[in-house]
Ligand binder design. Structure first.
Ligand code: 13P
Ligand code: SF4
Length: 360
């Protein structure tokens, strides 16, 4: 349910978002890449630093992360990993909210990111001044925010959730009879409402990447491949989610490819995820859900431009310069820690993980 008393529309939010050009990284020869990776490994070692990378980042970066004992995962496990890592420096390859969450949980560690401008349309579309007004208008609601928000927005929340844990947490709040205010992803909010039956107050934000999936073109593609399983991240619009066989976090979608018997999958999420899917199930066929068609825009490429700001090249530069450190105001950190820790404790109690563990 959208709150009619609160005067902010999806269009007004969309206007605030400046989507950057996709960064173009120079092609490297196999020898150049090998040498670059060796230099990065040495620097990580010397600085007792470890990399935490999201499944949407460049495949070479995910590979290097795994080869150096780092963590490649979804936003839930990326948050968790730093708290157990025996390193002085965490290098977060993903988008800014991921680096901020790591810093909030690990104030004693140095947290660096290859590019501090790596934002997210959900985060940019939920500024703290307007979000506070939304919360103030509904003091009787429990405030649940998606991980894709600023530290200041989290500081205003009761709970933080990721896509991998949103459903059980909202079920838990429902069982306690709590009313829920949800921000910022409208589509994920609709999906949670539909599955849990909880009528939530919704902030009208969206992901510019998932919003580009086209429902009519997906219907056509499914007719062409009737044997394919349709995998959808719940940041996608309702008309895409309705066509899914599996809806879930990036980890859940990876698990589907690795464990289901079917051989063909249509994937409606950022195509950076293909690297991990191919690593786990090289014989399976992966098809990107269509992003072009009627109404297609220049953002139609199923790849997040902010996630694309992470590369081997700027990771090396970061290690050489030691810049781009995440700094969070102490008061905000203290308040933002509460909803994040609540989520991690809940995940622990219910054995919910955000990293795909291959069955042995
Ligand atoms: P996951 O937590 O499912 O990895 O999603 C993060 C994200 O930003 C998806 O766009
Ligand atoms: Fe944000 Fe969408 Fe990029 Fe995920 S894919 S980081 S939700 S803009």
């Amino acid at each position: 349910m959208i709150d009619n008393d609160f005067q902010i529309s999806a269009e007004a939010i969309r206007k605030r978002i400046k989507v950057p050009e996709h960064p173009l990284w120079p092609e490297l020869t196999a020898d150049e890449k090998k040498a670059l990776k060796e230099r990065i490994k040495k620097l990580l070692d010397e600085q007792n630093a470890v990399v935490v990378a999201h499944y949407y980042t460049d495949g070479d970066l995910q590979e290097l992360t795994e080869e150096t004992g780092g963590c490649v995962a979804d936003s839930l496990e990326m948050a968790n990993f730093g708290t157990t890592a025996d390193a002085d420096t965490l290098i977060v390859c993903g988008v800014r909210f991921m680096g901020e969450t790591s810093k909030i949980l690990n104030p004693e560690k140095r947290v660096l990111m290859p590019d501090l401008d790596a934002s997210c349309s959900l985060d940019d579309g939920c500024p703290i001044d307007l979000f506070s007004k939304f919360c103030d208008a509904h003091p009787d609601h429990t405030v649940v925010v998606y991980a894709n928000t600023s530290a200041a927005v989290k500081a205003r929340a009761d709970w933080m959730v990721t896509s991998g844990i949103a459903l059980p947490i909202v079920e838990h709040l429902k069982a306690r009879g709590e009313k829920v205010l949800w921000a910022p992803d409208l589509h994920l909010g609709h999906y949670i409402e539909k599955v849990t039956g909880v009528d939530m107050l919704l902030w009208p934000g969206s992901c510019v990447v998932h919003e580009e999936f086209k429902s009519v073109a997906l219907e056509r593609l499914r007719r062409l491949h009737p044997d394919a399983v349709v995998l959808v991240h719940p940041e996608s619009p309702d008309a895409i989610v309705e066509q899914a066989d599996v809806v879930g976090s990036t980890t859940r979608l990876i698990q589907a490819v690795a464990e289901m018997q079917e051989k063909k999958f249509i994937v409606a999420t950022d195509d950076g995820i293909f690297w991990k899917m191919k690593q786990l199930a090289p014989a399976k066929q992966l098809i990107s859900a269509p992003t072009t068609g009627e109404g297609a825009s220049c953002e139609s490429c199923a790849h997040c431009p902010w996630m694309g700001m992470n590369s081997l090249q700027n990771l090396e530069e970061l290690l050489l310069k030691g810049n781009n450190e995440i700094v969070i105001d102490a008061d905000i950190r203290e308040k933002a820690l509460i909803p994040i820790q609540r989520m991690l404790d809940f995940a622990n109690q219910h054995n919910i993980s955000g990293k795909y563990q291959q069955q042995s």
